[in-house]
Design a protein around this ligand. Structure first.
Ligand code: GTP
Ligand code: MG
Length: 352
């Protein structure tokens, strides 16, 4: 999965990128419309506890790619933005950074108007993509008449519906049912992507409730944090950071919440495997079955699937590990169609 950080120029995107990935400013080199790319770790206190219990040779938390894009300058021509917007389109989920701090040389902050402007930029881009393809497909299907490929007809039908929605200013994600979206996969429509909005606050200022309410309705998840302070804090070491956080009255770092929000907005969840060799987190989609989870580890495990031994992390933690969970009957044996839950600790039984 790839998370794309985007927004208007000078909103604090690179500041956020550095805070969540830990890269220094020297590492940020932009060339044209290309982003900086780094891996980010999904911190999970549950997995850390499992690591402390098992002391494995190898520890593998969830990691994914984060892309820091240059700012989208809406005052320029649409053509000059086209390449940048096309690149952002490749991301699976977006983090839109919205400036709420005042800064010399920049207009007074207006996160509501900025989000509105960005959303319409994305919608218009989807509209252009859909229009172009519908035009081409329509000609093709007409030319072929009754011999037109079934897939083309189907695509045209679904795409036509998406286009009609876009023309009314509606999101593709709101007009197309997930069950029929298959023919649209390749287009990577902006208006089907989950969006995490981040309001970049001035230091020492709380989020404005009325503004937050208006923004929250427009995004999948909304967070607010003073990103510059976040970055400064993330660059301190453990003890120093704690002292400083106490002084500043900050209790948690937004960076961990943000990475998690993006992961959850994508409908993803983690299950864990444990042992002396490795303690590891794996990612599946909400609703995925045990056999799909097994396949993430190795296709052989899915093919030779016998059963999944499952302990929910909460039971593991509450009852004193696997031993306690087993004694209390909380170690379950599940079949291939079991829907994996976030935090499941799983041992797969299989034979090949
Ligand atoms: N006061 C204040 N300044 C901030 C905050 N976040 C970022 N800045 C400043 O705003 C400027 C731009 O920050 P960046 O993170 O580089 O912004 P950006 O969105 O990556 O900018 P572009 O990539 O040029 O579009 C820098 O001078 C930051 O120090 C904040 O929370 N408060
Ligand atoms: Mg930047």
């Amino acid at each position: 999965m790839e998370l794309g950080i985007c927004g208007l120029p000078q909103s604090g995107k690179s500041t956020l990128f550095r805070a969540i990935t830990g890269v220094g400013s020297a590492a940020l080199v932009f060339s044209g419309a290309r982003p900086s790319v780094e891996m980010v770790t999904l911190r999970d206190p549950r997995l850390e506890r499992l690591r402390d219990d098992y002391r494995p040779k190898k520890f593998t938390p969830t990691q994914f790619k984060v892309l820091d894009f240059p700012g989208i300058d809406l005052s320029g021509s649409a053509k000059s933005r086209a390449e940048l917007v096309a690149n952002i389109r490749e991301a699976d989920a977006l983090v839109v950074v919205l400036r709420a701090f005042t800064f010399p040389g920049l207009k007074p902050p207006d996160p509501v108007a900025d989000l509105e402007a960005l959303r319409s930029e994305f919608l218009l881009s989807d509209l252009a993509v859909a229009e172009k393809r519908v035009e081409k497909l329509t000609q093709q299907v007409k030319r072929m008449g009754s011999k037109a490929a079934k897939e083309d007809q189907r695509e045209l039908e679904v795409l036509g519906k998406a286009l009609a929605g876009l023309n009314e200013g509606r999101r593709v994600g709101d007009v197309i049912d997930p069950l029929e979206e298959e023919p649209l996969r390749g287009f990577r429509f902006f208006t089907q992507k989950p969006v995490v909005g981040v309001v970049n606050l001035a230091e020492g200022e709380a989020a404005d409730g009325a503004i937050a309410d208006r923004l929250a309705g427009q995004v999948t998840r909304l967070l607010a944090a003073p990103l510059k302070l976040e970055l400064d804090l993330s660059e301190l070491d453990g003890a120093e950071r704690e002292t400083f956080m106490k002084e500043m009255g900050v209790t948690t770092l937004a960076r961990d919440a943000l990475v998690r929000a993006a992961y959850e907005a994508l409908g993803l969840l983690s299950f864990f495997t444990v042992g002396e060799d490795e303690v590891r987190a794996w990612t599946v989609r909400g609703g995925d079955h045990a056999v799909t989870a097994a396949g993430k580890i190795h296709s052989d495990i899915a093919r030779g699937f016998i059963a999944a031994e499952v302990v929910a992390y909460d039971d593991y933690a509450r009852l004193g590990g696997h031993k306690g969970a087993r004694e209390k009957g909380r170690l379950r044996l599940e079949g291939r169609n079991y829907a994996v839950a976030d935090g499941d600790i799983i041992n797969f039984r299989f034979s090949v």
